[in-house]
Design a protein around this ligand. Sequence first.
Ligand SMILES: NC(=O)c1ccc[n+]([C@@H]2O[C@H](COP(=O)([O-])OP(=O)(O)OC[C@H]3O[C@@H](n4cnc5c(N)ncnc54)[C@H](OP(=O)(O)O)[C@@H]3O)[C@@H](O)[C@H]2O)c1
Length: 255
Amino acid sequence: MYSKAPLSIWVTGASSGIGREVAEQLAGEGHNVYASARNAESLASLVHSAKGNVTAIPCDVSDDRAMADILSNYGIETLDSIFLCAGTCEYIDMPVLDIDMVRRVADTNYFGIVNSCIAALPLLRKSPNTTHIVGVGSMSSYLGFPRAEAYGASKAAMSYFLDSLRCDLVGEIDVTVVYPGFIKTPLTDKNDFPMPFLMTAEKAAEVILKKSSKRPLKISFPSRLHLLLQAMKVMPGLWYNTIAARMSRAQGGQQ
Ligand SMILES: NC(=O)c1ccc[n+]([C@@H]2O[C@H](COP(=O)([O-])OP(=O)(O)OC[C@H]3O[C@@H](n4cnc5c(N)ncnc54)[C@H](OP(=O)(O)O)[C@@H]3O)[C@@H](O)[C@H]2O)c1
């Protein structure tokens, strides 16, 4: 459970996967949920199936201009919390470093977070409660991963942005960055490599909401993968020269 008191909460990435589960569970707790993604049909099905109050706000988080007034266009005057789950993943296919793809991924995963914060900050400031920004990052930003030049860098940028924003909002708005491991969603269904400790989106949303209720700076799960990757961070030679190199070769990287 995230909060006993009913709150006004905006969830992005709510048409599928983690964001949809977060929106459904928050609505089930009795919160007033505003749900965003590009796919209006999927949002309509969420509004229909949710056991609670969900309003669909279709939008593209990478569209700077449209995002600036998106919330006021829907008559929303105040927000208590936002869960920024919108994201995309595309992998680099060496030897091609595709600049359009790198920009596309950054537009959603990094600039989408910036646009969402710009849209929500005035409404969070109007709430009489201490408000809360929760952004979904990724463990891929802990270390360099094979083929994740675009995805991992966009996640490192968004988590740095939120960490920095936290410094400037201290005492006013709490900021939590979430670092999930592998979660079974349409995003990971495309992966053709082993995904250790894979979890369901339902379980991931439960963990995110329960831990977010305490408003920590960071949430990392599953803890076994988190600890394993933290160990690799203190042994970068082992990670880059042996393990990541082997993973890259297994995924068709350079021999
Ligand atoms: N699954 C994992 O293992 C995993 C691990 C670590 C982190 N994450 C992160 O968790 C978040 C949710 O991912 P997921 O696994 O649940 O993937 P997903 O099922 O593909 O969900 C992604 C969501 O983001 C929305 N979205 C994508 N681009 C958008 C855009 N430009 N504007 C607005 N909405 C957009 C999608 O909706 P529309 O297509 O309808 O717009 C969808 O609702 C992402 O930030 C992802 O990077 C996932």
